[in-house]
Design a protein around this ligand. Structure first.
Ligand SMILES: Cc1cc2nc3c(=O)[nH]c(=O)nc-3n(C[C@H](O)[C@H](O)[C@H](O)COP(=O)(O)O)c2cc1C
Length: 420
């Protein structure tokens, strides 16, 4: 595959050398297109030596080959890592004032960008707006990691690890990152060749720069499901909403991981997969409401009680059903919902789950009783899978045991439903 690696002017530019190496080791040809600013951090000889290809930042070199159009046209994948706030703004504005932005305008292949910048730049309304616009155009914008930044400060804005960038980038083209032998998806499993996307964890809605409204989902069940899907032969992608790094570290290498934080980000990531996913399993616990406005600065105690206005979040599963019904999703796509119910005066947990299946319009619903201490953070689980039958919700299977065993049963039910 022919990959263009855009590198922009941030401290993390040196990490792009590892992204380049990793792509080359997986057999891909890589043309590095840095910005002028990037070359102030890491020089052209590094990129030329590691890629074996020439490096230019301007449209006025190699003019006889019309490089500003050719590079984008020939690319099977464009990855920009790190992407500065400036690059996001220029790309959003459709600028073509250097070779990288011209390439981004002419590329018709998947584009994956990995922003890295100070937390303030990342949360600035202009950057938030630019990221949303680029995602809406179909680009994959990888969430930055949290941690130590350029100075002594910490927060979201770090470039994710090169291996995570490579995994996400290759997944955007429908490929997995060269799995090790024990991780190889089976070519003959019940989901062989199917693109399966699983969301996991819990979304968080910021109240201010340090606080959020969240839930207790650990992401273990979603992680077990995506691993079971990969073992069943699927091209598996996990959209991880605040899943513990320990849980992510145990995923098979064949699983592509995209990290999101808020419900809006999860919605955008799911929508971006709708066109090519054969199966989408929505196991993430999505916040039903978010604060009407997140405070720009940390909220201080005032001595008075505090009332926070909440607005309803979009219903992501319902939105996916609507995309499919409108013919804007992969033909024959199977949509699987999760219902974590505790029961209430409106009915038993089980009857609420059955009602949810019919209300949402998905194909299968995995019901999981979370009353008491069940499910959250534990390694075992008990679920009932329902399908939407002609006469209402029909029970497909019951499963109890470790989250890995339960996942195998759920994936078997998914495979069976696909072949009905
Ligand atoms: C030491 C230093 C580190 C920087 N790190 C970043 C960064 O991590 N992210 C970012 O968006 N901008 C960063 N900048 C600012 C960019 O270099 C600047 O906006 C530049 O114009 C980006 O150009 P480019 O997008 O064409 O590469 C940094 C600047 C300096 C001097």
């Amino acid at each position: 595959m022919r990959v263009v690696l855009g590198v922009t002017g941030g401290i993390a530019a040196y990490k792009a050398a590892h992204v380049l190496r990793g792509l080359r080791e997986r057999g891909h040809a890589v043309r590095v297109v840095p910005t002028e600013a990037a070359l102030r951090f890491v020089g052209a000889p590094t990129w030329e030596a590691l890629s074996g290809e020439p490096v230019s930042t301007t449209v006025f070199e190699g003019v006889e080959n019309v490089e500003h159009v050719r590079i984008g046209h020939e690319a099977d994948l464009v990855v920009v890592a790190p992407a500065t706030a400036d690059l996001l703004a220029r790309a959003r504005g459709g600028m073509a004032d250097d070779l990288l932005t011209a390439t981004l305008l002419t590329a018709t292949c998947p584009v994956v960008v990995a922003p890295a910048m100070h937390t303030e730049m990342w949360f600035n309304a202009a950057t938030v707006d630019n990221v949303a616009a680029l995602r809406a155009r179909g680009w994959t914008v990888i969430e930055p990691a949290s941690g130590r930044l350029t100075g002594a400060d910490t927060g979201p804005g770090r470039l994710p690890e090169p291996d995570d960038i490579i995994r996400t980038a290759l997944a955007a083209t429908g490929r997995s990152a060269a799995p090790g032998p024990q991780d190889s998806p089976s070519a003959h499993g019940p989901l062989a060749g199917a693109a399966v996307v699983v969301s996991a964890g819990g979304t968080r809605e910021p109240l201010d720069p340090v606080r959020f409204l969240g839930n207790r989902s650990s992401g273990k069940q979603g992680a077990a499901l995506v691993a079971a899907a990969a073992a069943a032969g699927a091209q598996a992608t996990l959209i991880a909403a605040n899943v513990d790094s320990g849980v992510l570290a145990e995923l098979p290498a064949a699983v592509a991981v995209e990290q999101v934080n808020t419900t809006a980000e999860l919605e955008a990531a799911c929508a971006a997969h709708a066109s090519h996913a054969d199966v989408i399993i929505m196991a993430a616990a999505v916040a039903d409401y978010r604060p009407a406005a997140a405070a720009e600065h940390k909220m201080k105690k005032s001595g008075d009680d505090l009332t926070i206005a909440l607005v309803e979040n979009p219903d992501i599963l319902r939105g996916l059903v609507e995309l499919r019904d409108a013919g804007r999703a992969r033909t024959g796509q199977l949509l699987v919902g999760f219902a974590a119910e505790t029961g209430s005066h409106d009915g038993s947990a089980e009857s609420l789950a059955q009602a949810k299946l019919l209300r949402k319009g998905c194909d299968l619903l995995v019901f999981n009783d979370v009353s008491g201490d069940r499910a959250f953070g534990r390694d075992d689980n008990a679920v009932v899978v329902y399908r939407a039958g002609t006469g209402g919700a029909e029970e497909v299977t019951r499963s109890e045991g470790s989250k890995a065993d339960v996942s195998k049963d759920v994936i078997a039910a998914v495979a069976a439903e696909r072949s009905r």
